[in-house]
Design a binder for this molecule. Structure first.
Ligand code: GRF
Length: 195
């Protein structure tokens, strides 16, 4: 049986990568993680992946703090293809993906975002929700397009916001929902694409 191979792009702790891996181990997501790529050599996601026997490499962003240069995107696409990746999952990846990476994986790049999009796109959506005083937020899995958190929505889960929530308490509850929604949505989308 040919198995769905995922490539994960992250910048941080890698808890969503772990949730995807747990779903694979637990048998609810029929896939393997072929490669983890990260733009921050210090990020925990790299160590976490390597400890569990997953190929994990740093993307060289040539000293740019936020920019995902064309060369870096080409190199990323090359490594993903080399690892046999069918679907790319952004998991806390802090750079905006554009061409040429989008063109290398059309409709095959997913992202998890900590709000009910289209509300609160961009950075620190949990802080935006607390500051806006909303009583409900949530998490979204969407396809990545050239905009910021604008691609087609594949799945959402609501999370209540309490009056005494801080950005940090809300973020930790949002992450619990992310860890449930992301693997579930990957499985559903992969079966829709017959992968
Ligand atoms: C998640 O909350 C994700 O929604 C946001 O960054 C965080 C990454 O966490 N974009 P992790 O690296 O998966 O633990």
């Amino acid at each position: 049986m040919v198995m769905l191979t995922l490539g994960i792009l992250g910048s941080g702790a890698g808890s969503n990568m772990q949730a995807i891996l747990d779903a694979i181990t637990g048998g609810t997501l029929s896939a393997r993680i072929g490669i983890v790529l990260c733009d921050n050599p210090e990020a925990l996601i790299l160590e976490r992946a390597r400890r569990q026997g997953i190929r994990a490499e740093v993307i060289d962003c040539a000293g740019h703090r936020m920019k995902f240069t064309e060369e870096a995107q080409q190199e990323t696409a090359r490594k993903l293809n080399e690892a046999g990746v069918d679907m790319v999952c952004l998991a806390g990846f802090m750079r905006l993906v554009k061409r040429p990476l989008l063109d290398a994986f059309p409709d095959r790049i997913l992202n998890i975002h900590p709000s009910l999009l289209p509300a609160f796109p961009g950075l620190e959506a949990w802080r935006q929700a607390v500051e806006a005083g909303v009583s409900e937020s949530g998490v979204t899995v969407h396809l990545v397009d050239a905009g910021m958190d604008t691609g087609q929505i594949l799945g959402q889960e609501k999370v209540m916001v309490f009056a005494d929530d801080t950005p940090e308490t809300l973020h930790s509850r949002l992450q619990v929902a992310e860890h449930r929604l992301y693997p579930e949505t990957i499985a559903r989308y992969a079966s829709r694409l017959n992968l």
